[in-house]
Design a protein around this ligand. Structure first.
Ligand SMILES: *[C@@H]1O[C@H](CO)[C@@H](O)[C@H](O)[C@H]1NC(C)=O
Ligand SMILES: *[C@@H]1O[C@H](CO)[C@@H](O)[C@H](O)[C@H]1NC(C)=O
Ligand SMILES: *[C@@H]1O[C@H](CO)[C@@H](O)[C@H](O)[C@H]1NC(C)=O
Length: 396
């Protein structure tokens, strides 16, 4: 009797073991360390097993070492709704810029987590080319969703990305597009100040995205918030070098209707020598849309060129400016407890649309100085209220 029970027990633990855990180490699927052999097929074989395994969760292991990947698309839907990528090593793009258009894309997946690891986009060849002659094989178009971002999630839900490091992406580092319920936590995003169009995290057409505890140094926006973003929470971020945390740019493509941006909270942010701090930018075009229900609070600016800026005549390098009044309506934007230093005399610049003036802007407890003196503020077509300490004095 006792031995039968023991046998049953063993059988049970074997069954429960095999039905609760499945692990796929990419070395067992043919991946080679060292950065010379393309590991895309090996990783993809591990993915196929994990994606269609019914035992949940499935762990895909990427051990220590450098693994070359030329570009991979993980496409769902998957049977398995809990797939964890445990990354100890580095996934590295090929040199040059002739490989695939994205490094890693997840499409139509749910319940994916990425834990740890380094993505090395090796973007410098493309940046050099763009800075030289602007006619480069790819990545040359800089609008909207970049083609050679390091990591993109599209059409996906219930995603976690933790403790991942992204370095030197060719274009955007991380893109969240058409997603629902995404948590990014403890990331480190690193690229040089001069790298063009290397936004840190871009969110677009997505809801319930949380970005926390992240250090971003890059050559474009640290975080950019595109059309169709709602319920976005951004907390404990250090940004700089970079172009700040930006809503927009919006309204670029004339003739298209664009989804608005609403319910965004940005708090506990440190900007370090960035070009902008808190920015909202829309092109001067007839594209209709809105930005509303935005809260920026508890922010420290350290030598930031435009600490607080709304620019409804956005047109970088003055190229292809539509030259109209922006039809994007900006309203209900709160700035609370914002302190520090501006690197230019005008620390608060609210340049809104004459036909759709900004309304319901709110400012309280602001103290921004320029060269140890109060900075200035500038308002055009902007209305709202201010309360508490206001340095510079409010122009609302
Ligand atoms: C999962 O299995 C289905 C049905 O066999 C197949 O169509 C799909 O391509 C598989 N997915 C992956 C990622 O292999
Ligand atoms: C990954 O790193 C962790 C912690 O450093 C270690 O415990 C684990 O064994 C490593 N796993 C692999 C597959 O290298
Ligand atoms: C705004 O977004 C937060 C999450 O960031 C969410 O908890 C809240 O319900 C949203 N509020 C509205 C009115 O949608």
């Amino acid at each position: 009797m006792a031995s039968q029970i023991t046998l049953l027990f063993h059988l049970f633990s074997f069954l429960s073991f095999s039905s609760t855990i499945s692990s796929y180490n990419i070395l067992n699927f043919g991946a080679k360390q060292g950065g010379n052999v393309d590991c895309v097929e090996a990783i993809f074989r591990a993915w196929k097993m994990a994606c269609n395994s019914s035992s949940s969760p499935a762990n895909i292991y990427i051990p220590n070492g450098i693994f070359l990947i030329s570009g991979v698309r993980f496409k769902g839907p998957c049977v398995n709704k809990k797939i964890n990528f445990m990354i100890n090593g580095t996934l590295m793009a090929p040199p040059g810029y002739t490989g695939s258009s994205e490094l890693i894309t997840f499409d139509t997946v749910e319940g994916i987590s990425i834990n740890g690891g380094v993505l090395d986009g090796r973007g410098s060849r493309l940046w050099d080319c763009k800075l030289r002659d602007k006619k480069c094989p790819r990545g040359a178009t800089t609008s909207h969703l970049a083609k050679s971002q390091s990591l993109e999630f599209t059409n996906s839900k219930d995603i976690e990305i933790r403790r991942l490091t992204s370095i030197d992406s060719e274009l955007f580092h991380i893109v969240i597009h058409r997603c629902d319920n995404v948590n990014l936590d403890g990331l480190s995003i690193v690229g040089p100040k001069w790298s063009p169009n290397t936004d840190g995290i871009h969110v677009q057409m997505s809801t319930k995205v949380n970005i926390r505890n992240t250090r971003i140094k890059t050559g474009d926006d640290c975080i950019s918030i595109g059309p169709g973003t709602s319920a976005l929470w951004v907390e404990n971020i250090a940004c700089g070098p970079g172009h700040g945390i930006s809503i927009g740019s919006l309204g670029k493509d004339e003739g298209l209707k664009e989804e608005g941006v609403h319910n965004v909270t940005v708090q506990n942010i440190l900007f370090l020598g960035s070009d902008n701090g808190l920015r909202i930018k829309t092109w001067g075009s007839n594209v209709e849309g809105y930005v509303r229900g935005i809260i920026f609070k508890h922010v420290v600016m350290n030598n930031v060129i435009n600490p607080i800026i709304i620019d409804q005549n956005y047109c970088p390098h003055n190229e292809n400016c539509p030259g109209k009044d922006s039809s994007i309506q900006i309203s209900d934007v709160e700035y609370r407890n914002i302190q520090g230093t501006s690197a230019s005399p005008i620390a608060i610049k609210l340049d809104c649309s004459p036909t759709n003036p900004c309304k319901g802007l709110g400012m309280s407890n602001i103290k921004l100085t320029y060269k140890e003196r109060p900075a200035k503020s500038f308002c055009k077509h902007a209305s709202g209220h201010s309360a508490g300490l206001m340095i510079p004095p409010s122009c609302l």
